[in-house]
Design a protein around this ligand. Structure first.
Ligand SMILES: C[S@@+](CC[C@H](N)C(=O)[O-])C[C@H]1O[C@@H](n2cnc3c(N)ncnc32)[C@H](O)[C@@H]1O
Length: 256
């Protein structure tokens, strides 16, 4: 079972996400557990205040270290191995690879959510790593913690209805997912590609591989590394197809 601890001043933000969908089901099945700790329960301030104005002046409030220190000590008191991750725009950027890395590590993940202008810098002495979910600023670490929990729980065998769907997701194989279609066959003149209605599973698999590579070539060419011989061959075909299209030569026979 994968275990997470979330340290936050807004427990309800985490709770409401965790009861729905894939994550809700995985938690119900006991595949993962998320313990939410309200930082206000770990302060000695009689008004449960966990922030104060910054030394040196300036805008906004800064979260004090005390409640973080107390809750991390409390969590660690059972001696189990844990990785303490501070959600911060200044950290290592999260990706599918980092999700896999955290999943593989056999230890509980403690996710520390900041708010306001951030947390007293001395927090760095009691965390193991800073993780960012991208080069932008959001108002608190809760969304970032949920992104991390969600992406890791999806990797747990049994968390998804169909195991193969995770394997085919974008980034799992080093490139983006293929285009998906569902009913109706035609909508406002837009048709589902014929090959998907053919019932020919070999042709469909080839089409999906090719379209996944096309997607990646068009949207994220930087991901196209370490391709197999078959993938390289498909990529070459795609490039000549694109060249032919640029020159205005259309080959309708490719999948018919
Ligand atoms: C408004 S932000 C503070 C940003 C801080 N002043 C800075 O520029 O580094 C408040 C909290 O949101 C979270 N946060 C904001 N952006 C994030 C990001 N890109 N990734 C992870 N956490 C983020 C962090 O926990 C942060 O302490």
């Amino acid at each position: 079972m994968k275990e997470f601890d979330v340290l936050t001043i807004f427990p309800e933000l985490i709770e409401c996400y965790l009861i729905h969908g894939v994550i809700g089901k995985a938690l119900n099945k006991g595949l993962a557990e998320v313990k939410i700790h309200n930082l206000r329960d770990f302060t000695s301030d009689k008004h449960k205040k966990v922030d104060d104005s910054p030394y040196g002046g300036g805008a906004g409030m800064v979260m004090q270290i005390e409640s973080f220190y107390n809750v991390i000590n409390y969590i660690k008191s059972d001696g189990q191995p844990r990785k303490v991750v501070l959600l911060s725009p200044q950290g290592r950027v999260f990706s599918q690879k980092v999700a896999q890395e955290f999943y593989n590590e056999n230890q509980e993940l403690v996710l520390v959510c900041g708010r306001y202008e951030g947390i007293d810098e001395r927090i760095k002495n009691i965390i193991d790593e800073e993780i960012s979910i991208g080069d932008y600023i959001i108002s608190g670490g809760e969304l970032a913690a949920l992104v991390i929990i969600d992406s890791i729980v999806r990797l747990i065998p049994g968390a998804l209805g169909d195991e193969s769907s995770a394997k085919e997701d974008s980034f799992m194989r080093g490139f983006l997912d293929y285009p998906q279609y569902t009913r109706p066959e035609e909508f406002n003149g837009m048709r589902v590609p014929n090959v998907l209605l053919s019932g020919d599973h070999k042709k469909i698999a080839l089409w999906r591989k090719k379209e996944a590579l096309r997607n990646t070539l068009q949207k994220r060419p930087d991901l196209l590394k370490n391709l197999s011989n078959e993938e390289m061959q498909i990529l070459k075909e795609l490039c000549s197809e694109i060249n032919r299209n640029i020159l205005g030569v259309h080959d309708e026979s490719v999948y018919n």
